[in-house]
Design a protein around this ligand. Structure first.
Ligand SMILES: C=C(O[C@@H]1C=C(C(=O)O)C=C[C@H]1O)C(=O)O
Length: 450
């Protein structure tokens, strides 16, 4: 008798809910605003880039977990949900049909709950075409386009008021003061000089204390408009706009965008053509930092692929706040004996944490992060995104973001890759350039000295 496959012997984690879903095509969205017309409630789930993507409303199922097995447990739960579901999806495109948004803790030692959330309604848009998915756990519910439109309309009744900046808004220090964080950077550099590791990513937090409650929807709209080349995410209080794609799976193809190497645009001389190319692409320190990040990603992805391509040189990615050295990687996924390619979440498990947000070697860097940062990263620098029922998904790295801890307290996170040539003051300034998208979207002034 042959051995049963691991999936067959795994014990169910929970009683998977019996979900039913229907997806249907809708008219084209308003070209100028696209999905943003739907970002009007604070509790929306979003994944938006260049006006397209997904906006989710409500919740019909949720799975939470923590620890080293968080990705594997998430995959198992999702398999059980899919097996028990009745899905009607005539469109069958990436992002249509049954779908979960997700956010995972950065650290395997974190108690912060990683989560997968299945919304009740999803408005999707891609290449100018839009669709609606309606998901229910209610046996008796009518599953029709009309019922879906009615459910969507009831969510859209509840519009969040705009927030005006208040006199009492302020930025408060996080866990470490600036001086303490710079000391941590110096210690990191010393460990690198000692040859224990080649790269370490150290992060810090600052807290926005607001005089009036946040309008999350307003912040998300601001981010999505200003940072349209980034992926604007919102999952259960984790919000931001990330320029870094950990992994995206569409059918047989996987894509990643690796960033490492940063230059603040606010300190750049005006009108000097080619400044970013010269200072960023021409810097040995930045190129070295970037090489470490791209090597770590391609090495981890390789076993899952048939072919993999990336440009031999990184390009300069221009964002409103910074320039980055960036590399795009495209891979054709290798099917297993049964013709199946790994799901997006299986690849996340293999790739996280990359050197872009942890360091190299991973284990040494992870230990030093715990020792030097004194920060509970929570979902910061962890995977955030969505996945559908056939393995497609997009998982960004939760950067340039914040956790809404209470309606008036928002904790922001930013970090930097430290290599042997790193200077603590320059790294501190770099964290401010990375806080800037969130600080500005919240309507707070950016501290002047940066
Ligand atoms: C860690 C962050 O960003 C990462 C670090 C970078 C760097 O050090 O140059 C660049 C992009 C990201 O991979 C962050 O934004 O918090």
């Amino acid at each position: 008798m042959s051995n049963p496959s691991p999936a067959a012997v795994a014990t169910p984690l929970t009683q998977a809910p019996a979900l039913r879903s229907i997806t249907f095509e809708r008219g084209d969205l308003e070209l100028s605003t696209g999905l943003l017309d739907y970002v009007i409630r604070n509790d929306v789930h979003t994944w938006i880039r260049r006006g397209g993507g997904l906006v989710g409303f409500g919740e019909v199922a949720r799975f939470t977990t923590s620890g080293p097995g968080r990705f594997a447990e998430g995959q198992q739960w999702w398999r059980e949900v899919i097996a028990a579901a009745d899905v009607v999806d005539p469109l069958a495109r990436p992002g249509t049909g049954l779908l979960a948004f997700g956010s995972f803790a950065f650290s395997k030692t974190s108690r912060h709950p990683s989560r997968l959330i299945v919304p009740k309604i999803i408005v999707g848009s891609r290449d100018g075409k839009s669709w609606l998915t309606y998901i229910t756990d209610d046996d008796g519910a009518e599953l029709s386009p009309a019922a879906a439109e009615t459910a969507l309309a009831s969510f859209l009744d509840d519009v969040e008021p705009e927030r005006k900046p208040s006199q009492e808004d302020r930025l408060a220090p996080g866990i470490l003061t600036e001086e303490q964080w710079m000391t941590a950077v110096s210690r990191g550099v010393a460990h690198i000089r000692d040859g224990e590791l080649s790269k370490l990513v150290l992060a810090r937090d600052v807290v926005a204390e607001l005089g009036s409650p946040i309008s999350t929807a307003q912040v998300l709209r601001e981010l999505a408009v200003r940072y349209s080349d980034c992926w604007t995410y919102s999952v259960d209080g984790l919000i931001g706009s990330t320029p870094e794609m950990l992994i995206k799976v569409e059918d047989q193809t996987a894509r990643a965008r690796v960033l490492a190497g940063t230059l603040d645009r606010s300190s750049a001389p005006a009108g000097e053509a080619g400044y970013a190319d010269r200072v960023l692409a021409g810097s040995e320190k930045q190129q070295h930092e970037h090489e470490i990040a791209i090597d770590s990603l391609t090495r981890q992805l390789e076993p899952f692929t048939r072919t993999m391509t990336s440009h031999s040189e990184p390009f300069v990615l221009e964002l409103p706040n910074v320039w980055h050295l960036a590399s795009d990687v495209t891979a054709e996924l290798a099917p297993d004996g049964e013709g199946r390619v790994p799901s997006s979440l299986a690849l996340v498990e293999a790739l996280h944490p990359t050197a872009a947000v942890c360091g190299t070697p991973t284990t040494v860097a992870g230990e030093l992060i715990r020792e030097l940062e004194h920060l509970e990263r929570g979902p910061y620098a962890g995977p955030v995104g969505w996945m559908d029922a056939v393995g497609n998904g997009e998982w960004g790295i939760a950067l340039r973001g914040a956790v809404v801890e209470t309606p008036t307290r928002v904790r922001m996170y930013a970090g930097c890759g430290i290599v042997e040539a790193s200077q603590p003051t320059a790294e501190l300034a770099e964290t401010w350039s990375k806080f800037r998208p969130m600080i500005e979207a919240l309507g707070l002034p950016v501290p002047l000295r940066y």
